[in-house]
Design a protein around this ligand. Sequence first.
Ligand code: ATR
Length: 274
Amino acid sequence: MDKYFVIGHPVKHSLSPEIHKMFAAQFDIEMSYETRDFEPGGFIEGMAVLRREDSPKGANVTHPFKMDAYQYCDEVTPRARKCEAVNTLIFDGNRVLGDTTDGKGFVNDVTQRCGASLTGARVLILGAGGAGRGLAAALQEEGCARIYIANRTPERAHSAGAALGCASGSFVDLISEKFDIIVNATSAAFSGAAPAVPNCVFSECSLAVDLTYAALPTPFMQLAKESGAVRVEDGLGMLVAQAAESFALWTGRMPDTKPVYEKLRAAFDASVAL
Ligand code: ATR
């Protein structure tokens, strides 16, 4: 049976094993998919043990190892090179190929499940870390009218903006800006907060998406709703959609994301109702 893993730290609460098992069931594919927690700074050692003991066919890589995975690969796709991040490993004999499916997952979720159009849209990305830069790179293929990267530390926004050819600024600079789609790619939620952006930035926003997900609306989702965003979403849809892209790279089959998303969403809703 082919073995797959998701590597991260911490990773024990990852939904990826459940998602990939549901995908595999759609095609009657037998595979195992498990979490592997590597010590921070221990990516290379962890990979050596994993490859020696388990001979994986593929792996997903999540926080904080996406950049380590990028450096580890023998070959990466152009989109992974653009973001300098890898979330999908494909083991081909002794060679390791790396790709990133996060951006495509976001685009698919927003356009297909949310029914939003990116063509001609003014898009604001909050956060200039790996997640924000990855999104900006993917959105550049989608015909957006404007892509703006804003960050708490403005220098980081400007260097991401210069590298990717996007507009950039601080949160304060957003006071005179309007956007159709606003995405929170910061890790502010880890401290229980929304990024400190001016409320007026949401006044023409038709869709606000937080890349983090939870059973209850995140602080960013609450801020967006209170400030006038028409629709707010968390990152569960993107999580399922990026997983589908990884699954397709490994197996050549593109799973149906809808029932998987609906099942996970229903489980979240049920956990809140308890
Ligand atoms: P990732 O690879 O997941 O994007 P990262 O590279 O550590 O992670 O980046 C985290 C992002 O969240 C950064 O944009 C960070 O802003 P700074 O560059 O100013 O540090 C942002 N971030 C983290 N906590 C935040 C907070 N409380 N408010 C706003 N932005 C925050």
